[in-house]
Design a protein. Sequence first.
Length: 247
Amino acid sequence: MTDTVTTSSAGQQFRDGVPTFLDQVRRDGFVVMRRQELAGLVRDTDLEELRGAFENLPVDTQTDGVDVYRERRYGRLRVDVEGDTVSLEVLPNAVFRQDAIPLWRGKDRVFEPVSEEVLLSGGIRALVEFDARMATAADGNTSWQVGVHLVRVVARVGADGLPTPEGRHRDGHSFVGLHLMRRDGVSGGLSTIHPNDGSHPVRTTLLQPLDSVFFDDDMITHEVSPVVPDGVSGVRDMLQIDFNPAV
């Protein structure tokens, strides 16, 4: 199924059709965006509907040998950027590989799928559209194969949540958008971004829904510290959107 989204160039996120955060991505390899900077990008009702999708995630069973408890779904899209129009087509589910990360190298990981209804929901469409426009403006490529990951990291007493059990790493994609959906009952979760140019690492904590990071995977490595429950348990929900040139 193909769904077409027409993008307005007006607003805080775009100037003359180009993402306003693009210069920082080209210069530094990443940009951290706070909820208020993305105001109006996702309608409140669409954001709440998307946050609700994280309440129906199965346990991630693909963590053999890794001491982490999380819940996860995975979906795939073909995304084409043509001027002010972004087209989304749902692709069949497939195995997920991350051979760039030693922890997962050589492993065909299979996750339960994101439903087509959720993949084409207003919240995901708005964020995929925004990230795709950013990737195209930074790279010039207009056709992308996109992975959409709904990930809940659970922290419990005696078992901290591990957003990045692989430690400092590259994801092995061209571009990645990370969008916080929920952070309830936890502390920690400090994100550290290491630019390739040797400049000082940048540390930040995503706190509010829609706090986001977008990065060029070739220009940085990154990691996130454990999340610790404030009480008996807590969660950190992240929407991860990865981009690779379509073949």
